[in-house]
Design a protein around this ligand. Structure first.
Ligand code: SF4
Length: 188
């Protein structure tokens, strides 16, 4: 499962193009997407929040969606509803017997972040212990110690990790590998 919290930005791609592409690549890899923020509207317009979009999902996610009659991308609210997402993650953790958040097969994703609330969402996700994908490249590259903290050292502090990637397929593949590793760790 991925919590996708997105604004929309023209910095690297056309409006909403990267958000839609990342969501499509995730569901293709059997990853359920919970969508929040302004980018959620893009996923609705693209039809991904409709049950008819089930054919775009991988076979495993298709099976779940068909059994429940749900779409592969669930509209989950605004970018300030991340507290609900955190509650859901805690419920999943408890259902699995108290698995720590960094060990869950989940990730946070902000394919077109633009504004400060989305930035805080990403910092929250990292503090919460989640693998966190963001695009475009944050304007922190002039601070090498901060880059090292966010992309390397934070794993040993909170369990989270920041991944930055402009290519949607590579971004989805990175998330997929993270989730599969965590599934393997839990024997799922
Ligand atoms: S931070 Fe602003 S632009 Fe981004 S999703 Fe939230 S309300 Fe929309």
């Amino acid at each position: 499962m991925v919590g996708l919290v997105s604004c929309t930005t023209l910095r690297d791609h056309g409006q909403d193009v990267h958000t839609v592409k990342v969501a499509e690549e995730l569901i293709k890899r059997d990853i359920l997407v919970l969508s929040l923020g302004c980018g959620n509207a893009a996923l609705q317009v693209a039809g991904l929040c409709s049950p008819e979009a089930v054919h775009k999902a991988g076979p495993g996610l298709q099976e779940v969606c068909k059994a429940l009659g749900t779409p592969p991308v669930l509209s989950f609210g605004t970018c300030t509803d991340t507290g609900r997402l955190a509650d859901l993650i805690c419920m999943v953790s408890e259902a699995l017997g108290g698995v720590p958040v960094p060990d869950l097969p989940m990730a946070a994703c902000a394919p077109e972040y633009m504004e400060q609330k989305a930035t805080i969402d990403a910092i929250f996700a990292l503090a919460f212990g989640l693998y966190t994908y963001v695009n475009p490249v944050p304007p922190v590259t002039g601070a090498p110690n901060l880059v090292k903290l966010l992309t390397e050292d934070i794993r040993g502090i909170t369990g989270g990790l920041l991944n930055v990637e402009r290519d949607a397929v590579k971004a989805a593949e990175g998330i997929h590998q993270h989730i599969e590793a965590k599934r393997k760790g839990l024997g799922l």
